[in-house]
Design a protein around this ligand. Structure first.
Ligand code: LLP
Length: 424
């Protein structure tokens, strides 16, 4: 592979046959911290953020990092220090934002199933907006806010019925999805929200899906949302801000999504043309800020040649990297130190007792037991979706900053896993 094609380049590079993240050779981290190990580049995260910030220069717009992509405190701290807000989907995520030094008044709260306790905690913290996904939720939120003597700022999440042309499990803006309020019901919902005493209508929100690799679906969604804003305002309810969600894709395997600044040049042109260029704007990107900033280091445990398949058994598994098992997702797998021996196609699999526990299929590798590999584009939706299946402790995490590195999460021990359990 041409080194400039590595997802994560230029922060991820090959030098003298070794893989480096920023100024740190990854073999050093595997040796000192063990594997499986997630390693993130601070510069890659900030550079991804800067692409959005360039597009937002001179505009009234803010990035709210969708922290479900990677909620580790050390990652949140990078974005909080860079002035980001956060998009949360649980009370737990709110606690993490506050623990990492994020500002509550820059938090927006998405999700179809907020509990009353989560609503109360977010109201008391003073978050910026609730993105509400059903009429029933509007009523409950109004009640909870009234009981606290507060008014909850709300956006209604519109389901614009736009096909984001991505994997069905990560499409959210189609009619059959559980998310948002149907386009045709939105006006009625705003009229309802406007007369509930515990609510204050703040904005309108839309998120159509994830790993979107072209501008078309966004432009369609923007048009549909702006049509709605016009009809809602014509009916007498003012909309302060627009929130266009997240979803911009990354390069996993030669994917070519638009760069954030290029996409936003197109979107601003559309907003300006329709007279909405001055309206405060929020977005909720997750994957595009962290996905290509991270790699997962793993050790080859065994090679197992077979008549139909050769298996390369590694110490990372579907509990660490669930995306291939869940979405048949492709992540590049490269050696930390290049070998010059013969190349064999392997299915790269973990130790978990499931046939679905594969990380890559038919990958040409020249590997031996004891070698280290890096699974690329592992900064988003890997550690955050990891589990303890098979009583496997979750991996450690390291943040690289130039030639320095910091452990931001210790490896989980079995004792950590058993905390809270009781024998009868
Ligand atoms: N806003 C809302 C309301 C969302 O539901 C999501 C993602 C985002 C923003 C951020 O989307 P992003 O910019 O990261 O695409 N686990 C899946 C992805 C699930 C996305 C869920 N919602 C995966 O590994 O591909």
């Amino acid at each position: 592979m041409n080194p400039s094609e590595l997802p994560g380049a230029p922060f991820l590079s090959q030098r003298d046959g070794q893989l480096w993240l920023e100024g740190v050779p990854l073999t050093e981290l595997a040796a000192q911290c063990g594997t499986p190990l997630f390693v993130y580049s601070k510069a890659a995260m900030l550079s991804a953020l800067e692409a959005y910030q360039r597009a937002f220069a001179g505009r009234n717009a803010r990035v709210h990092y969708a922290m479900k992509a990677n909620p580790s405190l050390g990652v949140l701290q990078v974005f909080a220090q860079a002035g980001c807000g956060f998009d949360i989907v649980s009370g737990g995520e709110l606690e993490r934002v506050l623990a990492a030094g994020g500002r509550a008044d820059r938090v927006i709260f998405s999700g179809v199933g907020k509990t009353r306790a989560e609503m109360r905690a977010a109201l008391q913290a003073g978050i910026a907006c609730f993105n509400v996904e059903s009429e029933a939720e509007l009523e409950v939120l109004s009640e909870v806010a009234m009981a606290l003597g507060l008014r909850a700022p709300v956006s209604v999440r519109v389901n614009p019925n736009v096909d984001p042309q991505t994997h069905p499990y990560i499409s959210t803006g189609l009619k059959g999805n559980k998310f948002g309020i149907a386009h045709e019901d939105t006006l009625r919902c705003y009229l309802h929200a406007a007369q509930l005493p515990g609510l204050r209508v703040a904005g309108i929100d839309c998120h159509i899906g994830s790993q979107i690799t072209s501008a078309g679906p966004y432009l369609d969604a923007v048009d549909k949302v702006l049509d709605l804003v016009q009809s809602i305002e014509a009916a007498g309810v003012a909309i302060e801000h627009l929130d266009f969600g997240g979803g911009l894709g990354i390069n996993y395997n030669g994917d070519t999504p638009p760069a954030a600044d290029a996409l936003w040049a197109q979107l601003w042109a559309r907003l300006d043309a329709r007279g909405f260029g001055q309206r405060p704007l929020m977005i909720e990107p997750g994957r595009s800020l962290v996905g290509n900033a991270g790699v997962c280091l793993t050790e080859v445990l065994y090679l197992k040649p077979g008549t139909q398949k050769n298996f390369c058994i590694i110490d990372a598994a579907m509990n660490d990297l669930p995306r291939p098992a869940m979405y048949q997702a492709f992540h590049q797998i490269v050696p930390l130190v290049s070998r010059h021996g013969p190349v064999t196609p392997y299915d790269v699999v973990g130790p978990v007792c499931e046939s679905g526990d594969w990380i890559g299929r038919d990958r040409p590798l020249s590997a031996q037991a004891g070698d280290h590999l890096a699974v690329l584009s592992a900064g988003a939706y890997c550690m955050s979706m990891s589990s303890n299946y098979n009583t496997r402790g979750r991996a450690a995490e390291v943040l690289v900053d130039a030639d320095q590195w910091h452990v931001i999460r210790e490896r989980e021990s079995t004792q950590d896993q058993m905390r809270g359990e009781r024998l009868v």
